[in-house]
Design a protein around this ligand. Sequence first.
Ligand SMILES: Nc1ncnc2c1ncn2[C@@H]1O[C@H](COP(=O)(O)OP(=O)(O)O)[C@@H](O)[C@H]1O
Ligand SMILES: [Mg+2]
Length: 236
Amino acid sequence: MLPDALENATLEQIEAMEVLLLRRLAGWRMRNFFKDDGPLRRELYGRHMAFFRAGATHRERCFMAGNRVGKTIGGAYETTLHLTGRYPDWWQGRRFDKPIHAWAAGKTTETTRDIVQLELYGQPGQPGTGMIPADDIVKARPRPNGNGALDFIRVKHLTGGESVLGFKSYDQGRKAFEGTAKHWVWLDEEPPPTVYNECLTRTATTQGLIAITFTPLEGATEVVLDFLTKGQQVTT
Ligand SMILES: Nc1ncnc2c1ncn2[C@@H]1O[C@H](COP(=O)(O)OP(=O)(O)O)[C@@H](O)[C@H]1O
Ligand SMILES: [Mg+2]
């Protein structure tokens, strides 16, 4: 239907369509990452691919690496796939085939808002400026007095239902991580062991996944050592 309509459209109409299409596509930021080709093609992100793939066989994962290598982008990308069900054809990681309950967390309320929430939802009041498509964000509930920080968002899932993503921060303490079962927990930056264990418990009954993306700024802490001594290293 589109080619015919375009064929008969005037230049002015095509230009108007261009504006509309670009605006709509801007809400689909996730399509810019891990593409088939181009300078940022996914074959150049071997470590990310290994990390994603490991989710098919491991409930607990950590992506431990230096600053600015794209850890947060990787975490936000996988979170978006699980929430929406929009797995690309090449995806070899875990797939949930129904809407999920998830958490994404960072160190403090502020860093969670400015990093984790920014990458997933976008700027406060501007859904779709993060990784989750604007068209899929059904509702965003702010935290009371949170200064733009969100409590949770509801996200359309491909099957027709809705996923729920709650935002948390480690500075709320372990008790804030008690609650109902979760399918997916993304921890951006290293969590205290108490928070980590609580999240692991939340994902136990669902056989869910937990992933930490972080730079070990605090040296060999308990969580780091656990992964280093008991974990299995995956390579590209
Ligand atoms: N897969 C990717 N494709 C394109 N750009 C990326 C990718 N991963 C990261 N970037 C860019 O690199 C920068 C750093 O990424 P980020 O995830 O914040 O790093 P880290 O969390 O490891 O410090 C960001 O500006 C981001 O847009
Ligand atoms: Mg980061």
